[in-house]
Write a protein that binds this ligand. Sequence first.
Ligand code: GLV
Length: 331
Amino acid sequence: MRPKVIVSSGIRTDNPGLFEEELSGIANVFFSTFRRDETPPEEIRDADAMILALELIDEHVLKYFPKLRIIARYGVGYDTVDVEACTRRGIYVTYTPGILSHAVAELTIGLMLCLSRRLIQADNYVRTEWAKPKKPMLPMGMDLYGKTLGIVGLGRIGYEVAVRAKAFNMKIMYNDIERKYEAEKVLEARYADLETLLGGSDFVSIHVPLTSQTRGLIGERELRLMKRTAYVINTSRGPVIDEDALCRALREGWIAGAGLDVFSREPLPLNSPLIGMENVVLAPHVGTYTRETRKAMALMCIENVRSALSGEIPPNLVPEQKGKIFERGRN
Ligand code: GLV
């Protein structure tokens, strides 16, 4: 029997046919999805491999998929996958690091520019006010030049953001669980504890994975440490920031504004207080959503699936599984 590969129909790409084109020589490809609180459809339960968007995977879900050999996350964050449970069952978990960092960094800089130059209001102003005789003034913007960018998490994506911010002549401060000495030299970046970073930055940009340590990392205390003129940008995972505290910060002026691509609940509910706020710029979780990057991510997932199905160790295992020996059927 040919192996079965399930590709999440939640994956947004301009060429879903690519998965079939690339995998049809070795497997049958099905598009499907499931929710943790529903029994997965019968026809996908004998899957050998899955390429997933943001479906939640834990013990409860895994018990429906006894043949599964690999979960290939279509993205770099794998907080939706219980890696320990997969490891216990001998299921590889892979992700797509590196190839998407520039895309997320570009969006991050885009959000900073939207905020600093009030581009959303400027667009609206041209459409509705500019040509009127007695028009109000558009509020003045702020230079990025010479300002300090505080990067929380100087990993692959944080680094790419710093490189771009340097080109704008911004000063770089960073916080991370480890010192990045090489980056400090190349970027003239200054390491700081989180409190110092928050108090000294004009922009704070979050680039940490969502883990039990980073959930709620930026809460009321942290937001109150920021300058009243500063902006926070989040293109990582929504729950890293306490969204209720953020809404209060934005409403009560503890900070100047926020650029957000990720939220505690996605899609962001239309009744979220963020929707009505003028000092935020919102995007629908599109950090990697470009034709080139989505294609590169698809090809990386395909390569991982191909390796696993041919009995090899996939090249992009998540760090927790590196060096682990898998013996299927032991559990
Ligand atoms: C996007 O959210 C990703 O995990 O790459």
